[in-house]
Design a protein around this ligand. Sequence first.
Ligand code: AMO
Length: 416
Amino acid sequence: MAGNLEDYRALGGVAFALVRDRSGTTQVTLKKGVADPVWFTLFGELPRESIVEVDGVVRRSEKSNRGVELFPSAVRVVSRSEVPLPLGVVDKVGADLDTRLDHRVLDLRKPAVRAVFELRGSVLAGFRRAFVERGFLEVETPKLLRQGAEGGATLFAVEYFDQRAFLAQSPQLYKQMLMGAGFERVFEIAPAFRAEPSDTIRHITEFTSLDAEMAYIEGAEDLRATLDSVVRDALGSAKKELTERGHPLAEKIPDLPRPFPRIPFETAEEWLGRPGAELDFGTEDEKTIGARAEAEYGSPFYFLVDYPTAVKLHTFYAWRDDANPRKTGYFDLGFHGIEIASGGPREHRIEKLTENMLAGGFDPKNFPGYLEAFRFGMPPHGGWGLGIDRIVWMLTGLSNIRETRLFPRDRYRLDP
Ligand code: AMO
């Protein structure tokens, strides 16, 4: 085997080296008179976390952590660690998050930290499976754009030869254009970038957005029914897979036997004691709504439905109800009091769409490629965007969304 030297203890006639690889930590046992005397010196002076290769015979052992120990026949140093370590890998005392993120490669060596990314991988695989089973095509849309779709405040500008471009805040415009291209059902799992100025535990500047778009929908409920079953299937299959592997985080995924409750925006306003206010929900509001939904419906997931136009004014692509233009078909999906997804039916009629753009402060002239998709036949359609980091965050119960990303980016962090 080969791995990192976690610890070495010499106790008279016997010495133990603990060597960690991705499958766990193995005890290597050196017996005086049996093992090569050189190895005692080698392990004794080798810094922790160096990489060693050990060949030998594995024997059953009641006393060791994995039920086996390795008696070496050959030992070789593969890569020597520098000292001191800026971050302990096996220390019992936890370092603060900034120190951990500053030395993320060492932090990621901790089995409990790697476990988060194993759960994340299973959740992503579960989503891909759930979409493919429903006839969605996986697509990849451009991340270097001329225009944003989610408002100017969070756009990152980049120098693009002699022009200015922006990093994609969302694949919004492109997933809709693919409905104009006749793809009917698409999904994308890709980075999205937002210049979030506030330093919160729920915002990062680079996140993974899971987007879907569907054509020929009859209304918002078609979208919600799909999102609802996709989330339940994806988490169900991730839980099954992790359980079969005996993964320590398998139990973090809740069983979700029933569809999620649909809570009208107006009901949530009443819960908050401000009926008819038509204000967007803040962090504390979301927490209150999440706790109430959990108490009333016994579900950690819940939809907030029928967002008012006043709250979605800048979401120019959102359809507004012709009979009641104060209402959109927009909804959010909440999980433990955090918004994890947002979506709804789109406006597919170009006249209404350009009206919405103007009302939201967007100039239609800046969106020629997008608007062209609406000029030559566009089916009714809709979709949603779901934050992968947010769902993993809520599943694991970690203190900060940054812990769900390998190398998180925020206002102050571009390195490592
Ligand atoms: P929205 O802006 O609500 O919708 O974003 C969708 C989801 O993306 C996640 N998210 C974030 N996660 C971490 N850090 C951030 N800074 C961040 N910003 C957003 C959230 C959120 O629910 N185009 C629409 C989607 C659509 O209508 O299809 C959109 O982007 O989980």
